[in-house]
Write a protein that binds this ligand. Structure first.
Ligand code: NOJ
Length: 553
């Protein structure tokens, strides 16, 4: 066991039931006033997370990076970008988290590096066929003079997935693969040197005391032999997710990599974990990522994408528990993260936009903010009663909506630029957090600076404006998290109960009966003592878009 952990999460298998809160460092809390959040800012605000009642935090990347994709373009995997602080700041943050009983997992980005990484720079300076080029995926182009890309793959962020380099003698040369931005060249994971390098990266952070890793693009590392052409179906999500054999997603070859990493982590004890960001369907296939000798958890994006609808929820919960249960893994649950429209907005949108498009002033989808927040609170109350592990994304405990009217000049997501503005991208869910309603910049930092502009309404959502206020979203999250812990819901088992009509879902977990009304008409409130409710419950009725927890005893 990691000997520095405090009270809450001392069990080796803490991750089976943990509520893990995603900190997006650049938008969480800014200590130095430059408008970009940092590690000292996180350390300063950690007590608020311990008090919220989460078990662990996951930090998005804070490593040395040109920030072309907000840090998912890593130039040095074993150092902290000066924007976020220093390694000593990381150590202080980790020690403080552990003292507070919070586990800390960090982001590992193994599919690609930044083009500023020393290895990629060496590859550019070296000849085709050199060992330096063999760490990435360089190929000769097609066409008489190699002027066409090696295949037809497209970047997740739009445009082609290949960029041609200029060789040292000034002539147009080979092409390199980047499934994301041009500045994010893909590693070649069939190269043992790459594998050994990442074992070193894992050990570097495990030695410092990190409790594990969220693994970025965990379905992308292995590419199909020969890099065959592929045209995604028109309805495929940008990060994959369909069942077809996509030559760059969910290839069998990824699994031996995770078995290898499992061993690396196991040498540090059973409480260090790998959590995969794998957009893979169906869930029975995704379960391969969490076989006993691979990762510990994987994100459940099918759950995130499920509409607020009783039948759809029941089926995703059943499928998840069955699929993950079949390999002895816990299911995870998630509603928001830094890549998707915040669920307080998403659940009130008509029509729902395709995943990955984001939301902006000219989008066809329009939110009803009141309905969105009501459903979001009900959806969270439903999720936090499920057995397994849940992920929360910073700001959802404040009920933050997606920021839709960001000016184009403020946007930073590479997908916005690579699609000529057609995809708004993910900036709208990344706006810095409001902490104190009356402070400049709502208390995000000591100055009013904020790398994305905060909307006028931000003060209304500020943490201090909600703390202690009955019925506020913050107090709802606190009470749900406290009850979940007290009643052992993460460890529990789900038993569906008969329910009042097609829009209602009811289940029992441990001593708690959970009733979710996903429709708009009120339904009768079953007998029992109300422990928590996502909205006002009166006269023995559960209003529409509301979830109630009742004591079954
Ligand atoms: C998934 C991350 O969550 C996203 O933010 C990033 O842009 C891509 N992977 C590429 O690293």
């Amino acid at each position: 066991m990691n000997s520095t952990i405090g009270r809450a999460t001392q069990r080796d298998d803490w991750w089976r039931t943990a509520v893990i809160y995603q900190v997006y460092p650049r938008s969480f809390a800014d200590a130095d006033g430059d408008g970009i959040g940092d590690l000292p800012g996180i350390t300063h605000r950690l007590p608020a997370l311990a008090e919220l009642g989460v078990d662990a935090i996951w930090l998005s990347p804070f490593f040395t990076s040109p920030q072309a994709d907000a840090g998912y373009d890593v130039a040095d995997y074993c150092d902290v970008d000066p924007l976020f602080g220093t390694l000593a700041d990381f150590d202080r943050m980790l020690a403080t988290a552990h003292e507070l009983g919070l586990r800390v997992i960090i982001d590992l980005v193994p599919n690609h590096s930044s083009s500023a990484h020393a290895w990629f720079q060496a590859a550019l300076a070296s000849a085709p066929g050199s060992p330096e080029r063999a760490r990435y995926i360089f190929r000769d182009g097609k066409g008489a003079a190699g002027e066409l890309p090696p295949n037809n793959w497209e970047s997740v962020f739009g445009g082609r997935a290949w960029t041609r380099v200029v060789e040292a003698d000034g002539t147009p040369g080979q092409w390199y693969l980047h499934l994301f931005d041009t500045s994010q060249p893909d590693f070649d994971w069939s190269n043992e040197e790459v594998r050994e390098y990442f074992r070193g990266v894992l050990r570097f952070w495990l030695d410092r005391g990190a409790d594990g890793f969220r693994v970025d693009v965990a379905h992308g590392l292995a590419k199909a032999e020969g890099l065959p052409d592929y045209v995604p179906p028109a309805d495929a999500g940008s990060m994959g997710g369909d069942e077809a054999n996509v030559p760059y997603w969910a290839q069998e070859g990824v699994h031996e990599i995770y078995r290898d990493w499992h061993e690396v982590l196991a040498a540090y004890g059973p409480d260090r974990i790998l959590a995969g960001e794998a957009w893979v369907e169906p869930l029975t296939k995704l379960a391969k990522w969490v076989r006993p000798d691979e990762m510990h958890q994987t994100f459940n994006f099918r759950y995130l994408e499920t509409p607020w609808d009783a039948a759809a929820l029941r089926s995703v919960v059943d499928d998840s528990l069955a699929a993950f249960g079949s390999v002895g893994a816990p299911s995870t649950w998630v509603l928001s993260n830094h890549d998707v429209i915040r669920h307080a907005t998403r659940l009130g949108l008509t029509p729902p936009p395709p995943q990955g498009q984001g939301l902006g002033p000219k989008s066809e989808s329009h939110p009803d903010e009141v309905v969105g927040l009501r459903r979001a609170r009900a959806a969270t109350a439903f999720m936090l009663a499920l057995p397994g592990s849940s992920y929360l994304y910073q700001g959802e405990e404040l009920g933050l909506p997606e920021v839709i009217d960001l000016p184009d000049s403020a946007r930073q997501d590479p997908s916005f630029f690579r699609t000529g503005g057609e995809t708004y991208g993910r900036d709208g869910c990344r706006v810095p957090l409001p902490w104190e309603a009356a402070a400049p910049g709502t208390g995000f930092g000591p100055s009013a600076a904020s790398w994305l502009p905060q909307p006028e309404s931000w003060g209304d959502y500020a943490r201090d404006a909600q703390a202690g206020v009955p019925g506020s979203t913050l107090e709802l999250y606190r009470s749900l998290l406290a009850l979940r812990r007290e009643r052992g819901l993460g460890e529990g088992e789900l038993e569906w109960l008969p329910s009042e009509g097609a829009a209602v879902l009811a289940f029992r977990n441990g001593g708690v009966t959970v009733v979710a009304n996903t429709g708009s008409a009120p339904v009768p409130l079953p007998a029992g003592r109300v422990l928590a409710a996502s909205g006002p419950v009166a006269q023995d009725r559960i209003p529409g878009d509301t979830t109630v927890w009742l004591a079954a005893d």
